[in-house]
Structures are given as structure tokens and as C-alpha cells.
Design a protein around this ligand. Structure first.
Ligand code: TPP
Ligand code: MG
Length: 690
């Protein structure tokens, strides 16, 4: 019988050799960091992480985030050796392994559960998609925020339902990325004692030594952020690592950074401590030499020695199963004592809404002066937030402008020690806000974040990941166009709408009046697996008279006929503030005997999902006289304008001036739309005559 410490070593070396063999077989990947960090990951998973491989989505599990996504084989080896079970899209645990040995053998191949970088929703046990450096650690801050919120909101005396820890493994690259600084600063400020980052300090990145580009004193930096900093001088010292994790768990009001000095490619005699261990296979010969160094059979490939899975099962498996069972029996008692709270906890796990979630949504009377999109949204958001107690979020220091503050009694400000509050203050950290929203959503609360549309670019990498992960994060972007006015071109979005629409799976909605804002919220709240951007005006938009024109519920189809004429001969298609412009043009055209139809098109994405019959009904293919109007880049509108239609949009940046002057300068007035419509028809008439 091997001793415990021999078994520990065997497990560590199994993680290492699986990673080396998988990268070698794929002839691509990153072997060096799994080889170096295997003892760190082993120590954490085997002795500390509260995680049950039999039920990897148990709500109070500890989270492990591999922020160094390129070291994915480290995580896949752990998932395989711990026998983590797969979960299906309905959140049901199925009997099969999340990662089989076969998946590992097919690392980086089509359909393997082991893609190049870890992907949430594809591989069970992967808590978030990582790969873009810095995203994982920043996302972990959102998980820790959600953990604090859930504990403060749902725990009751004798019922500590939530109290999970969040661990994230970072590298030199994460430490250099800006998003990491934003997130660390926020985590320190919020005193997230449930958060622990491990920094693999191997002083190597792709180009070589970190001496080339990085000379920060990371420990000092994190101390100044309010973190507790621990140093472990040897990544192979399991005792020291254990002590470090114990110490981290003891801190209630400070996040912890454990800096681990390590050797990339540990054990590979010619590649250790070099950039060559980072991004390419070791080579057959170097693999053999490293295996010899570990005392491993040199010719064995993908070897899982007897006793290794069993050892994990006896350690993390047994501990996790006991914790999970205790949690579920606690939850049964909780359900009896607090049925409403238990119902909320259960629903949020399945991303379901509470009964009556849309009760009391406002509706806005026709009004030519109207309401700003952001003001209408504030009313709707406050109404739904009362009904949906796990809807929380905030702004990147712009809530007074984005109007996203929850103002009802008890909503409160989320600050250190006030973790049940619903208004977060992300500070001027759009990128960390985006990543934190992802972490919150992955923890199953319903998060929103807001800012000016122009600054969506600052958080775009995180938005992209939300779409890739298929999680229902809500973004509220106001100040949506040159309508911003005097702030000028730095603040006036032009290409942002087009670029958000280009993200697959992201639902973009730019409502045209207050009632469309209500309907947009209705659509967004019912999304379970898609993020959405609500794009709102700063300025007032007339509230359309719905007794005269089409119902705003058409928003759910993405586009609908707002104003019509019998047998329309020209289509006016618009979003947001330009919808009313088209309504005005339509009235004028009507008076002149021209039959136009106004199509309000708040969401391309939703429209594209409709049946062909519906799409052809709204945009009859035979009507090729078309004018599309949007205060943004014209890119993409050809799709709806057709080859002969006209697009009225922005071809340059905006300018600093009062809105009225800008509308004139850039040609957003009814007269121009009327003229464009007539020109379209003239062309057709000529064509018919010829
Ligand atoms: C945002 C981002 N930029 C660039 C890359 C490409 N990249 C992958 S790994 C890496 C170097 C990372 O170095 P480090 O974090 O020290 O990892 P190690 O080589 O030590 O494992 C780079 C630049 C990336 N994945 N994400
Ligand atoms: Mg490094």
C-alpha cells in the first residue's frame, strides 16, 4: 500500500502526465503550466474545495476558476480524475463523466469535451469560459459578489445556505491585464473575504522572461488594494500550500492573493523555466525525460494508475458528497420554515422568473413630448425589481445618467457589510463590471450593468463572453446616438450598434418609445440563455399613440408594422429615436397621397428568428422602395434596405452641438425621409415606364 504522501505525489504526477500526453497527441496546447501547477491544484481540490463530483451544480459549492485558460489540461485532468459527472442543458446530472479519458485523448479535436480553452456549458465542472487573460479572475469577483448577496439575502439563523468560496488561478498574463486591476480594486473595496486568487508566478510568458515587460511588485499592489497577500516559495510544497489555503479561508473581510513561485514545465530537463514550455508540445523525447524525472513509466501514455481516482474520491469526493447531502437536508428544513425564500432559491437555479414577475409594469399614454428611453426604463426596471428579488446591478459611476438606480425602500447600496442591497456601484470600471456581471449570472442571480453606449467598447470582451457562454446578463446602455448632443463625438456612438449586433447570440434592442421600452424589458426578462443590450435614448422620444398605430407588443418579434397604408408602396424602417421621425414622414407622405408603411425594428436579432412568413408580411419582398433610418453606422442595413433602398445613417463621427443642430447637420429630419421615399418611388416609376 502506498503511503498517503506517495499517493498525493502519484495524483500530482497523473495530472502532469495526462496534460503532457494530451498536448503531445494534439500537437498543440500548453503543457508547462499544468506540469508546474499540478500540486497547487491538487492541494486545493483534494483538501479544501467543497465540490461534489456527483453534483457539480450544487448551489453552495466552492467555485474554481482557471483564469489561465491556456492551461486547460490542468482542469480537464482534474475533472477526469475526480470523476465529475456531466450535467445536461436542463440542469440535470446525467450518469456519464464530464470528461472521459477518450475526451482527453482527443484534446482540442472537434466535439471533444476538452476544447483548447475551458468552455462553460460545454464541459460540466467548468465554472466559466476562460482564455482571454484576466477575464477569469475578474469573473470570479462577480461570483464572490453573488455569494455575499445570496448569503446576506437568503441565510437565516440556523440556515447557512450560502457561504461558498471562490478560487481563481491566474498567471503573469492575468496580472498584466487591465481588467484584473479593476476587478482586484473592486474586490478589495467590497471586502470580499470569500475570494482567493492564486498567482502562478513563473516569470515566463510567450515572448520569454517577464523581465521584458513586467516589473510590478504584485504583492505591494494587492496590499494596497486591501488584499491579504501570502507567498508560497515552492509550488511543490504541499504542506505550505495547505497552510496558505487554510489561512485564506480564515480571512472574513479581505480577499487573499497567494503568490506561488513556480517553474513552468517543471521536470522537463531542457524546457523547464523557458518559454518553450508555454505554448508548444514538449516533444516525444522531452516527454520521456520528464516522465523519468517523475519516476513514471516512460512509455506509458494517458496512464491513470490504480488508486488515483479512488484517492480523489476518498478526499474531495467524500468531503463534497457529505457537504452536499447536508446542504440538501438543510434546504428541506429551510423550505418548511421559509417556503417563499426556498422557492426563490430553487427558481433562480433554473433561471425561472417568480410568479407575477410582470405585475404592475407601467404603460405610457400617447404624448407628443414623450419620455426619454432611460426615464421610461427606470420606471419599468423599478417595477420589475420589486417582483424579482434577485435582480441586482448598477452602473459604472453613471447611474444618475443611466437612471438605473433602484429607488424603492430597502433596495439599498451594495457595500462592504451591506451585501443584501441591490444597487451595486462598480466604479469607473466598465470592463470589470462586464466580467463581474458574468460571474454573478453564473452564480444564478440576475444581473444588470449600465453605462453610456459609447463605453460598451470598454466592456466588450466580457459582453462577448456572456454571449459565448449563453448567460442572460442585461446591459442597459443609454446616450445611444448623436442625440447626446453637446458632449460631442467622443460620447456619440456611431459604430457601437453595428458592433454589438455582430456578436452572435447577443440580443440587441433599441426601443422607439416608452411603451416599446416596457415590451423590451418583458422580452429581456424572459431570456434564459442569452444576454441582451437595452439601448436607450438620453433625450425625450414622443410616445406613439397606440390607439392609432400598431401595438408595442410587436417588439417581441423584433420588428412590426407601426403605421400602415393600404397596399403600401414604400417602407420606412427605423429603430429608437428615428421611429418617430418616420411616423412624422409617414403622415406627411400620406397627406401627399404616398402610401408608406413604417416598420419599427428595435431588434434585428429577434426579427431574424421569426418565420419567413412573418418577415415577409412585415417587409414584403415585392416592396423594394425602402428607406432605413438609424443614427448609427449604416453598416448592415443593406440587408433590410435591399440593393435599391436608401439608408439614412451616420458616415462620419458626430459633432459637439445642441441636438437640433446635429439633426440638421446630419440630416435626421422628416423632410429628408420624405424626400428619400419619393426618390425611391420615382426610380420605380421610371423603371416601369422604361
Ligand atoms: C487577452 C489575451 N491576450 C493575449 C492572449 C494570448 N496568450 C495566451 S497565454 C499568454 C501568455 C500568458 O503568460 P502567463 O499568464 O504567464 O502564462 P504561463 O505562460 O506562465 O502559463 C498570452 C499572451 C490571451 N490568451 N488573452
Ligand atoms: Mg507566466
Amino acid at each position: 500500500m502506498p503511503t498517503t504522501s506517495e499517493l498525493d505525489q502519484l495524483c500530482v504526477n497523473t495530472i502532469r502526465t495526462l496534460a503532457m500526453d494530451a498536448v503531445q497527441a494534439a500537437n498543440s496546447g500548453h503543457p508547462g503550466t499544468p506540469m508546474a501547477m499540478a500540486p497547487v491544484a491538487y492541494s486545493l481540490w483534494q483538501n479544501h474545495l467543497r465540490f461534489d463530483p456527483e453534483e457539480p451544480i450544487w448551489p453552495n459549492r466552492d467555485r474554481f476558476v482557471l483564469s489561465v485558460g491556456h492551461a486547460s489540461m490542468l482542469l480537464y485532468s482534474l475533472l477526469h480524475l475526480c470523476r465529475v459527472k456531466a450535467v445536461n442543458p436542463k440542469y440535470e446530472v446525467v450518469g456519464t463523466l464530464s470528461v472521459s479519458l477518450d475526451d482527453i485523448k482527443k484534446f482540442r479535436q472537434l466535439d471533444s469535451k476538452c476544447p483548447g480553452h475551458p468552455e462553460y456549458r460545454w464541459t460540466s465542472g467548468v465554472e466559466t469560459t476562460t482564455g482571454p487573460l484576466g477575464q477569469g479572475v475578474a469573473t470570479s469577483v462577480g461570483m464572490a459578489i453573488a455569494g455575499k448577496f445570496l448569503a446576506a439575502t437568503y441565510n437565516r439563523p440556523g440556515f447557512e445556505l450560502f457561504g461558498y468560496h471562490v478560487y481563481a488561478l491566474a498567471g503573469d498574463g492575468c496580472m498584466m491585464e487591465g481588467v484584473t486591476q479593476e476587478a482586484a480594486s473592486l474586490a478589495g473595496h467590497l471586502e470580499l473575504g470569500n475570494l482567493c486568487w492564486i498567482y502562478d508566478s513563473n516569470r515566463i510568458t510567450i515572448e520569454g522572461s517577464t523581465k521584458l515587460a513586467f516589473s510590478d511588485n504584485v504583492a505591494t499592489r494587492f496590499t494596497s488594494y486591501g488584499w491579504n497577500v501570502i507567498r508560497v516559495l515552492d509550488a511543490n510544497d504541499l504542506d505550505l500550500l495547505n497552510q496558505a489555503f487554510e489561512t485564506a479561508k480564515g480571512y472574513q473581510t479581505r480577499p487573499t492573493l497567494i503568490i506561488v513561485d513556480s517553474h513552468i514545465g517543471y521536470g522537463a530537463p531542457n524546457k523547464q523555466d523557458t518559454k518553450a514550455a508555454h505554448g508548444e508540445p514538449l516533444g516525444e523525447e522531452e516527454v520521456r525525460l520528464a516522465k523519468r524525472f517523475y519516476g513514471w513509466p516512460e512509455d506509458a501514455k494517458f496512464l491513470v494508475p490504480e488508486g488515483v481516482p479512488e484517492h480523489f474520491a476518498a478526499g474531495m469526493g467524500a468531503r463534497g458528497a457529505a457537504e452536499r447531502r447536508a446542504w440538501f437536508s438543510l434546504f428541506d428544513a429551510y423550505r418548511a420554515a421559509y417556503p417563499d425564500l426556498a422557492d426563490a432559491v430553487s427558481r433562480m437555479q433554473r433561471r425561472e422568473l417568480p410568479e407575477g414577475w410582470d405585475a404592475g409594469l407601467p404603460s405610457f399614454p400617447a404624448d407628443p413630448k414623450g419620455v426619454a428611453g432611460r426615464d421610461a426604463s427606470a420606471k419599468v426596471q423599478n417595477a420589475v425589481a420589486r417582483n424579482l428579488p434577485w435582480l441586482l446591478g448598477g452602473a459604472a459611476d453613471l447611474a444618475p445618467s443611466t437612471k438605473t438606480l433602484l429607488t424603492f425602500d430597502g433596495a439599498g447600496d451594495f457595500e462592504a457589510g451591506h451585501y443584501s442591497a441591490r444597487n451595486l456601484h462598480f466604479g469607473i470600471r466598465e470592463h470589470a463590471m462586464g466580467a463581474a456581471l458574468n460571474g454573478m449570472s453564473l452564480s444564478k442571480v440576475r444581473p444588470y450593468g449600465s453605462g453610456f453606449l459609447i463605453f460598451s467598447d470598454y466592456g466588450r470582451p466580457a459582453i462577448r463572453l456572456a454571449a459565448l457562454m449563453e448567460i442572460p446578463v442585461i446591459y442597459i446602455f443609454t446616450h445611444d446616438s448623436i442625440g447626446v448632443g453637446e458632449d460631442g463625438p467622443t460620447h456619440q456612438p456611431v459604430e457601437q450598434l453595428a458592433s454589438l449586433r455582430a456578436i452572435p447570440g447577443l440580443v440587441t434592442l433599441r426601443p422607439g418609445d416608452a411603451n416599446e421600452v416596457v415590451e423590451a424589458w418583458r422580452v429581456i426578462l424572459q431570456l434564459r440563455h442569452q444576454p441582451a443590450c437595452l439601448i436607450l435614448s438620453r433625450q425625450a422620444l414622443p410616445t406613439v399613440d397606440r390607439s392609432k398605430y400598431g401595438a408595442a407588443s410587436g417588439v417581441a418579434q423584433g420588428a412590426y408594422t407601426l403605421c400602415d397604408a393600404p397596399d403600401p408602396e414604400v417602407l420606412l424602417i427605423a429603430t429608437g429615436s428615428e421611429v418617430y421621425l418616420c411616423v412624422a414622414a409617414h403622415e406627411q407622405l400620406l397627406a401627399e397621397g404616398v402610401r408608406s408603411r413604417v416598420v419599427s425594428m428595435p431588434s434585428w436579432d429577434l426579427f431574424e428568428r421569426q418565420s419567413e412568413a412573418y418577415r415577409n408580411d412585415v417587409l414584403p419582398p415585392a416592396v423594394t422602395a425602402r428607406v432605413c433610418v438609424e443614427q448609427g453606422s449604416t453598416m448592415g442595413w443593406e440587408r433590410y434596405a435591399g440593393s435599391q433602398g436608401q439608408i439614412i445613417g451616420m458616415h462620419t463621427f458626430g459633432a459637439s452641438a445642441p441636438l437640433k443642430d446635429l439633426q440638421k447637420k446630419f440630416g435626421f429630419d422628416p423632410g429628408r425621409v420624405v424626400a428619400a421615399a419619393k426618390k425611391q418611388l420615382e426610380g420605380k416609376a421610371r423603371a416601369r415606364v422604361e
